[in-house]
Design a binder for this molecule. Sequence first.
Ligand code: AMP
Ligand code: MN
Ligand code: MN
Ligand code: MN
Length: 286
Amino acid sequence: MLNIDLHCHSSISDGVLTPEQLVERAAQRGVEILALTDHDDIAGLVEARKAAEAKSITFINGVEISVSWRGRTLHIVGLDIDPDYAPLVEGLTAVRAGRAQRARNIAAELEKIGIQGSLEGAYTYVGVRSLIGRTHFARFLVEQGYAKDVKSVFKKYLVKGKPGYTPHEWAPLSDALSWIRGSGGHAVIAHPGRYGLGKNVLSDLLDEFCALGGSALEVVTSSHTPEQMQLFAQHANNRNLLASCGSDFHGPGESYFDLGQLPEFPLGCTPVWQQWKNTVNAELID
Ligand code: AMP
Ligand code: MN
Ligand code: MN
Ligand code: MN
């Protein structure tokens, strides 16, 4: 079984390691095909690809786009994208543009419950300023002793219904799909089990995703229980969608799966990399 990881983050977005360090760690853990999928940014791809080539890892250009759909936030991973495709580059710039104001809003909400200085604090954890996000706030809040780890901070402060949450409008689903597909890439619904969608809403989402030319569901991910992996494998098969897998690694100790430490697909999945005969060394995937 190949060691493939198609979802992870560097310090360009909310990961802890630089793209080069991330690839270094992937190599140590035996990853053979790696996609870097930073949130709303592709600035790490050149460095990561260079490092991957030095380690003989097959590198896939990726991104994880923040999307608003029916009042919810979804994440759409783009794999094998062309980072020079202008609509994608411009689209991502527009998505990032909203983050600075959102960060000010989050800080204002936290201030209302007596937490001072979180904006400046969060920025000390940021790699690229335009990519400021909730994880950077979470790391600051852990540092300040508001919770024991990043996961607990989210639960207590940063998710819907909690004091530090503010709504935000991300890219429309159709835009994200058109940027990814227009650049020659494949669109994947990231961690579909994480959105808490009821049966009918999930069915609507899959209808829409398929109609827009989506390719795959992320079946194996840190966010899914074994039951969810089975469930989304079935959904993928029923819809003729491919299956993807990724650790969603953000840093040592912050994700349930480390780089390249993923369980195998449930039976019957067709892996998304079957489509990459042109990109990936054919010997690797046959
Ligand atoms: P943002 O794009 O700024 O809303 O941040 C989203 C990121 O926050 C995700 O990609 C995760 O890295 C992190 N995140 C979201 N929910 C949780 C959670 N419950 N526990 C830990 N990290 C989370
Ligand atoms: Mn993240
Ligand atoms: Mn995500
Ligand atoms: Mn992710």
